[in-house]
Design a protein around this ligand. Structure first.
Ligand code: KIV
Length: 267
């Protein structure tokens, strides 16, 4: 089984192979996804909303990312592990960005980090890649910008905004990013950016023309605990239903004295 590396991901684009990416936050899920063959595991700062119940990703700390990234890295043998840099871990200065990216690699076992922002993050992307830590960029609907955007809204719908995003994409490639997430943008724009770049684009809510796709694992497994699924999510399983009926059966078994049975009992 060949270990997936950053050069491997770049070659996938050159060879015209699509790149499937999923988020992971825990040892157990990372191990299952890795054994199932996923090439890239993204420890997203979405962990804060998905696993800790925060309203946005903004409260997530570097310590929390270290904890979850370490758990995911412990669960994988093959996949490339990319860890998100949370809000305030890279915006203040390139020095802080380098130290925090270094922590995710040194203390947690990340093999690359992800940074939100285009032109405005180019300096930070260059600083981090200059210390040999590969960077996945992230443009379009960047969840850490939720207050500026006024919600989680599709970006780049008007011509001027689309041009800004194309400039952002070129800037992160120029700064040394090895790939870029395109989130929440029209499909035509995602295609244009994908054709303009030599690094892979990984889409989420960006249509079918990107080099790869990423989904939040809890969404695609049907584990979303509140609210409707966004339009771009395909639900591959309904684990909420499976868990609910399993727990209901367990409660009934205990209440009726059916569990534990003889085979579950030390005699
Ligand atoms: O935090 C996250 O999970 C992400 C992906 C959805 C791209 O940024």
């Amino acid at each position: 089984m060949q270990k997936i590396t950053v050069p491997h991901i770049l070659k996938m684009k050159r060879d015209g192979k699509k790149i499937p990416v999923l988020t992971a936050y825990t040892f157990t899920i990372a191990r299952i996804l890795d054994r199932a063959g996923i090439p890239v595991l993204l420890v997203g700062d979405s962990v804060g909303m998905v696993e800790a119940g925060y309203e946005t990703t903004l409260p997530v700390t570097v310590d929390e990312m270290v904890y979850h990234t370490r758990a995911v890295a412990n669960g994988r043998t093959r996949a490339l592990v990319v860890s998100d840099m949370p809000f305030l871990s890279y915006q203040v200065s390139p020095e802080e960005a380098k130290r925090n990216a270094g922590r995710l690699v040194k203390e947690a076992g990340a093999e690359a980090v992800k940074v939100e922002g285009g032109v405005r993050s180019a300096g930070v992307i260059k600083a981090i890649t200059d210390m040999d830590i590969p960077v996945m960029a992230h443009i379009g609907l960047t969840p850490q910008s939720v207050h500026r955007m006024g919600g989680y809204k599709v970006q780049g719908k008007v011509k001027e905004d689309a041009e800004v995003l194309l400039t952002d994409a070129r800037a992160v490639e120029e700064a040394g990013a090895f790939s870029v997430v395109l989130e929440g943008i029209p499909s035509g724009l995602a295609r244009k950016i994908t054709e303009a770049l030599s690094i892979p684009t990984i889409g989420i809510g960006a249509g079918p023309h990107t080099d790869g796709q990423v989904l939040v694992v809890n969404d695609m497994l049907g584990l979303k605990s509140n609210g409707p699924d966004p339009k771009f999510v395909k639900k591959y399983a309904d684990l909420k239903k499976v868990i609910t009926s399993s727990v209901e059966e367990y409660i009934k078994d205990v209440e009726e004295g059916k569990f534990p049975a003889r085979k579950h009992t030390y005699l």
